[in-house]
Design a protein around this ligand. Structure first.
Ligand code: NAD
Ligand code: ZN
Ligand code: ZN
Length: 338
């Protein structure tokens, strides 16, 4: 099978032939149809974060495909089922986090395309209990971005406390942000979209943003406060300055949800303003298997539109450059079918 492999943080990925792996008793072997390129994969391949993956490894945690083989202990999916391989490759299932609906905080978790090989390949192994069934009627090329960009921003909007009377600012209308904007609208909120490219600002308008701010030419915080300030800001631009500006956009009582993970990211909190303004800063990491099932149902109802372009896996290094240059419409998806 073909797989894209990170061998060294300083070198491009290498696309090579590998043996198709054998599933263990609790695992499934998934023939990948579509695999999304999340900005996290770029951070992973470059070793951007304090906890680094160990090369060689296969990135990818927006993998959609068909179960071809299942180990003896796998119960809830069978060969022929379409499933998603998301960031949460496996958790312990027993700790306080796992049993109270916070499995993405499990200290024992493994992560697809980071601590275990992911979906930038024609086949991938996954834990039978942690793949999420993809309902019939969802195009695998749409299901891929929904499996990380979708579930992560759905969860972020949920934890922001957004409701119909809220004004929600989304900072960065990329893979994650274009879906964050749609979830904020689905929650009934007034929306402010922020980005630094004309194409993304146009996309935000097309997706129904009520206000659009160009961070190249405007003071985002001042502009947002002129509109009344944000009750919630979703930080998905890969930039500490953008996160700081999103914090500055909050009105009293507002919440900033931190989602983007820029290398060496920092946020300065002015304590006096934070306390008197009763503000909140919340870290949000992906979403649970149930959140992803909800994301698929919301998509089936027609409430979300996935903006994506397809590429071949061999183009992976050019694709990373495209994403870093902000030159993609929203999400790139590797189409691995035939
Ligand atoms: P992306 O590259 O597709 O999108 C980033 C967007 O931000 C682009 O549209 C870009 O034009 C815009 N941007 C850049 N500078 C900006 C600025 N100063 N102000 C406003 N917009 C700006 O990336 P993505 O795949 O959407 O991922 C975003 C981040 O989220 C990454 O750091 C990724 O690792 C992280 N992430 C976190 C989680 C989580 O669970 N917390 C999950 C997935 C991804
Ligand atoms: Zn991701
Ligand atoms: Zn656990």
């Amino acid at each position: 099978m073909k797989a894209a492999i990170v061998k060294d943080f300083a070198r491009p990925l290498s696309v090579e032939e590998r043996d198709v792996p054998e599933p263990g008793a609790e695992q499934v072997l998934v023939e990948i149809e579509a695999s999304g390129l999340c900005h996290t994969d770029i951070h992973a391949a470059r070793g951007d974060w304090p906890v680094r993956p160990a090369p060689p490894f296969v990135p990818g945690h927006e993998g959609i495909g068909i179960v071809r083989r299942a180990g003896d202990l796998v119960r809830h999916v069978r060969p022929g089922d379409r499933v998603a391989i998301a960031w949460l490759a496996q958790a312990c299932g027993r700790c306080g986090y796992c049993v109270t609906g916070h499995e993405t905080l499990c200290e024992q978790q493994l992560n697809s395309g980071y601590s275990v090989d992911g979906a930038y390949a024609e086949y991938a192994l996954a834990h039978g209990d942690y793949v999420v069934p993809v309902p019939d009627g969802i195009d695998p090329l749409d299901a891929a971005p929904l499996s990380c960009a979708g579930v992560t921003t759905y969860k972020a909007v949920k934890v922001s406390g957004a409701r119909p009377a809220s004004r929600v600012l989304v900072s960065g209308i990329g893979g994650l942000g274009h879906l964050a904007l749609q979830y904020a609208k689905a929650f009934g909120a007034e929306t402010i979209a922020v980005d630094v490219t004309d194409a993304k600002l146009d996309l935000a308008r097309e997706l129904g943003a009520d206000h659009v701010i160009d961070a190249r030419t405007s003071d985002v915080a001042a502009e947002a406060r002129r509109l009344g300030g944000a009750d919630a800001a979703i930080g998905v631009a890969v930039s500490s300055a953008a996160l700081q500006a999103a914090y500055g956009a909050l009105r009293r009582g507002g919440a900033l949800v931190l989602v983007a993970l820029p290398e060496d990211g920092v946020l300065e909190l002015p304590v006096f303003d934070h306390v008197l303004g009763g503000k909140k800063v919340i870290g949000s990491i992906v979403g649970t298997r149930e959140d992803l099932a909800e994301v698929f149902r919301i998509h089936l109802r027609g409430a979300t539109r996935v903006i994506r372009e397809t590429r071949r896996l061999e183009q992976v290094n050019d694709c990373f450059d495209e994403v870093l240059a902000g030159a993609v419409s929203a999400r790139l998806v590797f189409d691995l079918r035939g």
